[in-house]
Write a protein that binds this ligand. Sequence first.
Ligand code: AP5
Ligand code: MG
Length: 216
Amino acid sequence: MGYIMLGAPGAGKGTQAIALSKQFQMPHISTGDIFRTHIKQQTELGKKAKEYIDQGLLVPDELVVDLVKDRLAQEDCKTGFILDGFPRTIMQAQTLDVALKELGLSLHAVINVDVPDDKIITRMAGRRVCSHCGGTYHTKYNPPQEDGICDHCQRSLIQRKDDEEETVKKRLQVYHDQTQPLIEYYEDKKILLTVDGTESVDRVTENIIKALGERA
Ligand code: AP5
Ligand code: MG
């Protein structure tokens, strides 16, 4: 049983993927988090990816698809997985279709977290993330128990470099040009499920779980 989290930058894909991963006991696979780990470790891939990420651009397809294929081939994905931030282009979606077939895996639903652009800009300014475990917070909407400290692993929270306003605007433009067409792609496959991402974090989670239950 596989799920994809789709949505604009800052829509809440990561926040919801973490909640669903706990609820369903499935691995959360975030390509953004994978790249950030590579950047931190200064690997070759990290150095290449950073050039694109810092500009708000997508990392080229060829640097992403094998990474995801390898991850999906691991044992823990056999009973389910939650992809967050992948696919982001039609080419990635088509490659994923082939890879899933080869691996004998299937997609149950594509969850589109819908948030208008103006709300995204405000959200990104207040986002804080844990560079160790990927925990995501918001200074106002989803604060940690202790200011600046991750609830899960007690490490310090940081602000992502690509959350500066101009970079966020670029990411939104890239989303509309390259990723939004995936809504129609998965609508045609009859597995798209759209939720209102402007409600509270907990309410969005409840609505996703409810909608998935109705589909089952
Ligand atoms: P990635 O890390 O995936 O970034 P993104 O898609 O831009 O999404 P974000 O992580 O910024 O937002 P999110 O939707 O996860 O929201 P979050 O839950 O954090 O990718 C980064 C970069 O890597 C890309 O720009 C690209 O360059 C590259 N990349 C990654 N995958 C790629 C691929 N497949 N192909 C090519 N390049 C790729 O929430 C945002 C904030 O809002 C948080 O502060 C949160 O606390 C708050 N919040 C969440 N939900 C709510 C709510 N309901 N109400 C109020 N606040 C909320
Ligand atoms: Mg994210």
